[in-house]
Ligand binder design. Structure first.
Ligand SMILES: C[S@@+](CC[C@H](N)C(=O)[O-])C[C@H]1O[C@@H](n2cnc3c(N)ncnc32)[C@H](O)[C@@H]1O
Length: 214
């Protein structure tokens, strides 16, 4: 489901700073060589992540779900000084390609790329996280939120991607929603009812939930 008119979407894209050659290369390589290229953030969302990182000026960012590194590069570009991005992914098959992209972008020293199951990797992360982007398996969004919450600094920003799930979160009727849809409905409700955060759900691309730890 498209959330806005196709022409308006194209207009938004045409009035967003263009994708640079490195991100364009990652987009091309991902489409050519990797399964499910629609998982890529893309330029509009990538620019949003980069700009938000610049606004927040975090010292420590965590991304759950690296994939081919597109969103990691966007956020890492927004980091200042010795700030760092820890990005986690379970898919070891993409490691060589992704490390190559980080190198090509000149960001290897700003990105700490960790491979494994995020549920095992999150507890080993340092405290004092100022921003987290949750973009891995939808079924575990709630678990990732719970696991990372106490590691977040006051005022930290939590972002979660795909929270509109192509509109499937509006599920109606007697049939049960599939497990990813059910998990996202539960996650969105959980954040909405969490008194420890303020939150806003933005209809950017497939929906980005933005929450701020009080
Ligand atoms: C939607 S993609 C991430 C897209 C990326 N953030 C971007 O915008 O370019 C989801 C990623 O989550 C990873 N993933 C799935 N389950 C995971 C888990 N249990 N732990 C860590 N990563 C996981 C997948 O391997 C996949 O690369």
């Amino acid at each position: 489901m498209e959330f806005i008119d196709e022409k308006l979407q194209a207009y938004c894209e045409a009035h967003t700073s263009p994708e640079d050659p490195i991100l364009a290369h990652i987009t091309r390589e991902t489409h050519l060589k990797v399964l499910m290229p629609r998982m890529l953030s893309g330029n509009l969302q990538g620019k949003f992540l980069e700009m938000l990182t610049r606004f927040i000026r975090p010292k420590r960012v965590v991304e759950i779900g690296t994939y081919t590194g597109y969103s990691a590069i966007c956020m890492a570009r927004g980091l200042e000084g010795d700030a760092i991005l820890h990005t986690l992914d379970i898919n070891v098959e993409l490691e060589t390609m992704v490390r190559g992209f980080f190198e090509k972008a000149g960001l290897s020293d700003k990105i700490d790329y960790r491979l494994g199951d995020a549920q095992e990797l999150i507890p080993a992360l340092p405290d004092g996280i100022d921003m987290v982007f949750i973009d891995a398996d939808k079924e575990n969004y709630g678990r990732y939120y719970d696991l990372i919450f106490d590691k977040l600094a006051p005022g930290a920003v939590i972002l979660a991607d795909n929270v509109l799930w192509s509109g499937k979160i509006l599920h109606e009727g007697p049939k049960k929603p599939d497990k990813d849809t059910a998990a996202l409905i539960a996650f969105n409700r959980m954040v909405q009812e969490d008194p420890r955060v303020d939150n806003i759900l933005l209809p950017i691309r497939d929906g980005i939930l933005v929450a701020r730890k009080k």
